[in-house]
Design a protein around this ligand. Structure first.
Ligand code: TPP
Length: 548
């Protein structure tokens, strides 16, 4: 018997999902049976629903799409923060909620996980604000609604919500007869006009520059972007919110642009460009050091999936993928000026001196290898990594717009499940780790082997930089980080742990970790509580001002 559950799972498989995250509950158990019975899908249970949402988000950032399952009310509400992050940063994640049977809902029964008022749509309504589409499955609409919301997730790169009453999961339906996504659409009139504007602007420009943002990653447009840049020999920078969207070893790459905090000569090059072509960019506060970019509307053509702006004139959203593909067809001879590529000169250090943030990020730069996936938590980690040049074929994950601390730990695990061939390196502060550390058990159970740098700087350094450097609210309990992996089920066969306080110790631990490719690497890096990367020091002052 082919059921709604089978239909949904087949569609998930069709769009590229091999693993489903989540937490069971009595309203989703029968649906979970169909997952565990499937030969093609793998169930990955999580410690809690927030972590499931984060893990799915990390998986989607690497594989293109992800799904997780929660139970009604208590489960789904825990996951809302994760979904909001996916919404803010254009990550397509599908949340499936197992809910009470249609008749229980219709009869307004006072069942568990409700507020005891017979209103079964409360939680669904709450999700409207943080999803691209919501489906409440019924006997009549189930397959059409599944197709509708999955299409939204795929084409708009937004999270979607499927409320699956547990009896509906078992209703018999027909198998899908055609693929979910049809042919890509032709360019619209608006898109053709926009393309002409870009062509004209490039031909008139003497020193253009391209800046890319996170939407390039959301839509998986890195290759298409690369063809465009190579064909027309254009200089390119990325925002921190979009880092990794272009190969940072390529000679066209100028560096990471972050507004007034950008170092010279990059800052001047960008600010004085006569054309700033923004592709898939959102100019957010933390990506531009409090909106301190030095270019104005007269220089900008911005092309994004929801925002298009031509010299200050806003236009309707476009299909970013179609438009970007069409960029290579422009009639333009290409840029012929000089391109000053990013400098790489990490100092080699190996002393008994106490580790500083400055030396740490220098040493990280040397440690990275082609093909790595690098994840930076919101804190000293993200801002330290912003100016670390990435190597070829690297994938970078951060969450600088939503900025929910703790996100990166489950996201790293989700991403590694999505791509086991890439070495995963997570940089996370002690404060952030304490929010989502329960997923360490999942990492060990799933035999994942990321290299995790836990920055033990005795609390919330990023907040100390903004306000209240020595206030108690920026302190956290000091944990025994060395024992954590073992508390969560790790053994010496599965995990290697290090605690380092000097450059020499870090160097040695890095050398060991590099060779030890079969075990999870857990490196506790001790640094001063008031030490921070230069970029963060400057940015913190800007944020303090923004809050006054
Ligand atoms: N709660 C959530 C869920 N997200 C947040 N962004 C915050 C609170 C506010 N916040 C931002 S950064 C931060 C806090 C509390 C501290 C991060 O500290 P840690 O992870 O130790 O990083 P460090 O800066 O010390 O490297």
């Amino acid at each position: 018997m082919y059921t709604v559950a089978d239909y949904l799972l087949d569609r998930l498989k069709e769009i590229g999902i091999d693993d489903i995250f989540g937490v069971p509950g009595d309203y989703n158990l029968k649906f979970l049976d169909r997952i565990t019975a499937s030969k093609e899908l793998n169930w990955v249970g999580n410690a809690n629903e927030l972590n499931a949402a984060y893990m799915a988000d990390g998986y989607a950032r690497t594989k293109g799409i992800a799904a997780f399952v929660t139970t009604f009310g208590v489960g789904e509400l825990s996951a809302v923060n994760g979904l909001a992050g996916s919404y803010a940063e254009n990550v397509p994640v599908i949340e499936i909620i197992g809910s009470p049977t249609t008749s229980v809902q219709k009869d307004k029964k006072l069942v568990h996980h409700t507020l005891g008022d017979g209103d079964f749509l409360r939680f669904e309504r709450m999700h409207e604000e943080v999803t691209g589409a919501i489906a409440h499955l019924t006997t009549e609409n189930a397959t059409a609604e599944i197709d509708r919301v999955l299409t939204v997730a795929m084409t708009q790169k937004l999270p979607v919500y499927i409320n699956l009453p547990i009896d509906i999961a078992e209703i018999v339906v027909s198998k899908p007869i055609s693929p979910l996504l049809g042919q890509p659409e032709q360019l619209t009139e608006i898109e053709t006009t926009l393309l002409n504007s870009i062509e004209k602007a490039l031909n008139q420009s003497e020193n253009p520059v391209v800046i890319t943002g996170h939407e390039i990653l959301s839509y998986g447009l890195e290759q298409i972007l690369d063809s465009f840049i190579q064909k027309f020999n254009l200089p390119i920078a990325t925002l921190p919110f979009g880092k990794g969207s272009f190969n940072e070893e390529d000679p066209h790459f100028l560096g990471t642009y972050s507004g007034s905090t950008t170092s010279e000569p990059l800052k001047k090059r960008i600010d004085t460009a006569d054309l700033v072509l923004l592709l898939g960019v959102k100019l957010t506060d933390s990506a531009t050091s409090g909106f301190s970019y030095g270019f104005t509307e007269d220089q900008i053509i911005s092309v994004g999936c929801t925002e298009v702006n031509v010299y200050g004139k806003k236009q309707d959203g476009i299909q970013l993928n179609s438009l970007l593909s069409a960029l290579s067809t422009l009639h333009y001879p290409g840029f012929s000026g000089e391109i000053i590529a990013v400098k790489r000169s990490p100092e080699q250090i190996n002393t008994k001196k106490k580790l500083t943030q400055k030396q740490f990020w220098n040493m990280v730069e040397t440690f990275l290898v082609q093909g790595d996936t690098v994840i930076g938590e919101q804190g000293t980690s993200f801002f330290g990594l912003t100016n670390v040049p990435l190597k070829k074929e690297m994938h970078f994950i951060g969450q600088p717009l939503w900025g929910s601390i703790g996100y990166t730990f489950p996201a790293t695990l989700g991403s590694q499940i999505a791509n086991k061939n890439s070495r995963h390196l997570l940089f996370i502060g002690d404060g952030s780790l304490q929010l989502t550390v329960q997923e360490l058990g999942t990492a060990i159970r799933e035999q994942l082997i990321p290299i995790i740098f836990v920055i033990n700087n005795n609390g919330y350094t990023v907040e100390r930089e903004i306000h209240g450097a020595t206030e108690a609210y920026n302190d956290i309990p000091m944990w025994d980080y060395q024992h954590l992996p073992y508390v969560f089920g790790g053994t010496k066969q599965r995990v290697a742990t290090y605690k380092v306080t000097t450059e020499a110790e870090l160097e040695q631990a890095m050398q060991m970790a590099k060779k030890d490719t079969k075990r999870l690497q857990w490196l506790e890096v001790v640094m001063d509580q008031e030490d921070a990367p230069e970029l963060l020091k400057k940015l913190a002052k800007i944020f303090a001002k923004q809050n006054s």
